[in-house]
Design a protein around this ligand. Sequence first.
Ligand code: CMP
Length: 140
Amino acid sequence: ALERTLSIIKPDAVAKNVIGEIYARFEKAGLKIVAAKMKHLSRKEAEGFYAVHKERPFFNALVEFMISGPVVISVLQGENAVLAHRELMGATNPKEAKPGTIRADFADSIDANAVHGSDATETAKVEIAYFFAETEVFPR
Ligand code: CMP
């Protein structure tokens, strides 16, 4: 099915100057960037975005990391976009990520893991709406 998913290029990958390399992987895989913005998240925004993780032991470190520098937030559209994006990213822990995935190539640790992607279509709807108004999404 034609789907949309939310992508975040995290502060570590922005600092490494690999925004374009990551975007190229999305486009080569047939995903279209239909919305995009660069943003330095406030603590409130990061905590709200990751609210499902708030009881997890890594929550504070995750929020600190996500507000440590600007991120690039995008909406990707394509056939099976949620799974296609997850396959491009590789496992959450870069040590477990398959060679050739974004996290294997650009991530340093489970915290500084280069990218975030929605884990399901329902989550994607919520995550996209968290950052983009429908007028800021340009399907084509
Ligand atoms: P992300 O896909 O952005 O969703 C939550 C983030 O928490 C995850 O990527 C990791 O960067 C971070 N994190 C840190 N420790 C863990 C852990 N043990 N399990 C899952 N995510 C973790």
